[in-house]
Design a protein around this ligand. Sequence first.
Ligand SMILES: [Zn+2]
Length: 572
Amino acid sequence: MFFRKVEDAASAGVALAPSPIARTVAPIAIEELSHFKTFADVPKFQKALSAGIRPLIALPQEVREKVVVVEQPGRIALVVQADVDRSQLESIKGKLREHNYALRVATADPVVIRDIYQGAGEAGDVDRSARAGNEFMKESAEWVAYAVQNRATDIHLEVRGSIGVVRVRVDGELEAMKGPNGGRYTAKFMEQCMASLFNNDQQSKSGSDSLFDKEKFLYCMVPYSERGLSLKLRFQSMKGNEGPKTVLRLLHVDENQPTLTFEQLGYAPSHVALWEQAMQTPSGMVLIAGVTGSGKSTLLKSFIELNPNTPRSAVSTIEDPVEYPIRGAHQIPIQRDLSDGKESAKRYAETIGALMRSDPDIVMLGEIRDHFSANAAQQLAETGHMALGTVHAHLLSGIVPRLVNPEIGFSRQILTAPNIATLFAYQALVAKLCPACCMGTTEASQHDLSVATIAGHMKTLGIDAAPMRWKRIGGCTECRQRGTVGLTVAAEMLMPDEEWLRPIREGRDTDAVEVYRSRSNGRFDDPDMTGKTVFEHTLYKALAGQVDARQCSRFDTWHRFMLHANRRKQPS
Ligand SMILES: [Zn+2]
């Protein structure tokens, strides 16, 4: 990299007066670095001096968007800025000189500055020394940095015969890691990386002597702080026919991260109204269904942190494991996935017992998946407390069948009693289209027949399909060739009432679905999601040009949707 050295005195004309200590040292060189376009361009640093709870350089929010200061070895402060006000910059440089920092200044795209702040932890301190000598940890650090920079949620490390492959999940889809070697390594190197990640964590726990074994199913939580990032990596490895596979889920655990509102998550105003109503009725069961990786943990975190009752309530969570810090909650880690099912159940039951005796108001129970968790939810709801939980069910209509199956064992009588079920929600994540490269219907139809079919459906229903947009395969530079720029929620929600509960009580689940859907206004380009399905919420976003309508078929077939929609159109 090209460094241009400038004498300190020459450029410090408008700086704050240096302290007496600073004046005694020799003029400090300023190096003007080149421009950083991505996080990976930023040279290694120890911590962010302008981030954390008590930053050395405290900046107002509007300035933080334009500048970040990171510390490099040798007491060097690197000021990374994007069009920051000249006087602001000089003031920052002045403060750094007062603290005897040598200065470097570089420019960067605003996204780089945001990435550094998002990754910075409470104190920003980085334990680099312990890992410095380990080439496997170094390579792993590259993968994590790449994953963060590309908004990946998971890193997949796979050994297939003699090769090892790194893939990342971005916007819901797995892709090869781009880079000099396309994410390909030797199998041996890959296995050693897996082992380093696992063993490094195990060694830091006193009394733990288990080492990585590629023939086992291993699971642990790896705290990770490098390059100013504060993450936890949920490590899960599995044996396999062609070699082991390890998946790292990236959990951003920065406590300074603002709570995401329901709107920011992607909920419609009518959904938000239901969430708010549930908060105002702090009793009964609030259950969230969705597949793995559908953002249920983030949603529950928001529900607790945004809940106006939280500050004056006893809020506890039981988590396997604790993923994100939740403000205002007492979080209890518990391992439920033990090979010994009895031991697992016993631990959970003990925790529940202790919680019930501890004067709770709101308890997040984790997944409702057995008699213990079901009994706890019931007990809390019956005694006027709030039980939050997740259910492994597909769609809103799958929640009740799941709860009454013998494994969990809810009775329909109890489930449908007054004040037991407060709110049911089903949540999924769909990819947002890149506004810079998404295609109009005419262009997209040339690539995929199903686009024309969907546009035809809209015509049949008398809906204006002109604002619809479609994903461009190969994307553009704005979206780093993905065609998508993040994820948004698609949901269906229900606040059970007697009209819906009656058919449920009588085992007529299909009739209950009809009751739910009869409340829809039947207008698919209208934001009111009352009585609408997750398919229809996705379609609404597609009709607004935000997501690709082909994603609707993840939730139902177009055939069934059209049958329903046409039936609704018939005058009754
Ligand atoms: Zn694009």
